[in-house]
Write a protein that binds this ligand. Structure first.
Ligand SMILES: *Cc1c(COP(=O)(O)O)cnc(C)c1O
Length: 419
């Protein structure tokens, strides 16, 4: 440590030189990570600045291949650990973290599309992702078209020489149709210029293998090129973190995404990364618990005469049920129900929602608390049986409470609806 520069300070009390020495000693404390301290959870490392021992280290250290650390925005041991675990979960090879699921969607669009390109989006895609296409992408001269996710021919019909990116989502947001993913991929893969990207938030890397969805005639596995996740949902599992991820299996594609990610300055906080790292070990058990309760609730809902349709891909009447059976080993915690306008006014359905006590009104899902959200059907879909329908859809995000208590809560709210 430095010695005091002067012992003849004009200020005798509260000597500033003394304070400076203390401050320097605190900042230059010879911290060593504790050796032999093996813990269940990894340590949390925070950084903007990362120090280099000399200029050779400065010039040679690489963050792009994760062999070194250069700046907090380009990765820390905490974010690299989370990225690796997410890639493993998804069956991918590389991961980028983004501040939210929506930021992950926007990153993919911005990295892979240029003025003059076109992107195809399923009718039931996550709404704010469609808004990004209608807003920013349109302003930048990138057009989009919406296809019927339940009909690969609809996708085929929309593809032209400007198509560069095809979004997929399974199950669809809010309406939970399960698409023929191998069928849609077969259409897109016939065009070598097209990159396919799946929003895999619902499946969470557990319900199906997004990178192994089918086999080519010569026995080679194929899947989507890119997946995105809202880690906000199941991986965090707490309802208290916002984060997204972009997973790939191809170094070139990853590099394209990574350069845009870097130039946009997208980073995540170490404490948020820690919370997702903390959520991951219990992810599969929680997902299975959400799944079991949701199937039970979905079955129960089919017996309520007020509901004209229960949407859950494991139900035989739900759109895409056969594809769900082909593709999935689990189904997560979402179920939706349709109240037709000629039988129930919006106000009546809202009174039903307000009557729920354990299901709280709020966006998002994947945490311990059950949530409910009403949506007006009018204008929601362009394709499929819900297109042109009037009424209210109520989506339940089933949490980890006792399923009997949740059914009792629904039951008392139905009694309110019945008057
Ligand atoms: C919630 C959600 C997102 C966006 O995640 P945020 O972290 O809330 O931005 C994206 N896709 C799907 C399917 C989602 O459910």
């Amino acid at each position: 440590m430095s010695t005091r520069a002067s012992t003849s300070s004009p200020l005798n009390s509260g000597d500033p030189a003394n304070l400076t020495d203390t401050a320097t000693a605190l900042i230059h404390h010879p911290y060593q990570p504790p050796g032999g301290f093996e813990t269940v959870q990894p340590g949390v490392h925070k950084a903007s600045t990362v120090l280099f021992e000399n200029t050779t280290a400065l010039k040679t250290r690489q963050w792009k291949d994760k062999s070194g650390y250069t700046y907090g925005l380009h990765g820390t041991p905490t974010t690299f650990t989370l990225e690796e675990r997410l890639a493993t979960l998804e069956g991918g090879l590389q991961t980028l973290l983004a501040p939210s699921g929506l930021a992950a969607i926007a990153l993919v669009d911005m990295a892979l599309l240029r003025a003059g390109d076109e992107v195809l989006i399923p009718d039931n895609a996550y709404g704010p992702g469609k808004d990004f296409a209608r807003g920013e992408l349109a302003h930048w001269g990138i057009t989009h078209r919406v296809y019927d996710p339940q009909d690969p021919a609809s996708l085929a019909a929309q593809i032209n020489e400007r198509t560069k990116l095809v979004w997929l989502e399974a199950a669809g947001s809010v309406t939970l149709e399960f698409p023929d993913l191998p069928g849609l991929l077969a259409v897109a893969r016939a065009h070598p210029n097209i990159v396919t990207v799946l929003d895999n938030t619902w499946g969470a890397g557990l319900a199906f293998d997004a990178f192994r969805l089918g086999q080519t005639p010569d026995g080679e596995a194929f899947g989507v090129d890119v997946t995105i996740h809202a880690l906000t949902k199941y991986p965090s599992g707490g309802g208290d973190v916002l984060m997204g991820a972009v997973v790939t299996r191809d170094p070139t594609l990853h590099h394209r995404l990574k350069m845009t990610h870097m130039r946009l300055g997208l980073g995540v906080g170490a404490n948020d990364a820690e919370l997702v790292l903390r959520g991951l070990p219990s992810l599969a058990v929680r997902y299975a618990a959400h799944d079991a309760s949701t199937r039970q609730i979905a079955q129960w809902l089919t017996r309520q005469p007020e509901i004209s349709q229960v949407l859950h891909p494991a139900l035989p009447d739900s759109p895409g049920h056969a594809y769900f059976l082909q593709t999935c080993r689990a189904a997560g915690g979402l179920v939706s129900m349709v109240f037709e306008a000629h039988r129930h006014s919006s106000a009546q359905v809202e009174a039903f929602v307000d009557a729920l006590k354990l299901f709280k009104i709020g966006y998002s899902w994947g945490g311990p608390l059950s949530l409910v959200m009403p949506y007006e059907l009018q204008g929601m879909r362009q394709f499929g049986p819900l297109a042109g329908q009037k009424g209210t859809l109520v989506r339940l995000a089933v949490g980890l409470e006792s399923v009997n208590d949740l059914i009792a809560d629904l039951d008392q709210a139905f009694r309110v609806l019945r008057g």
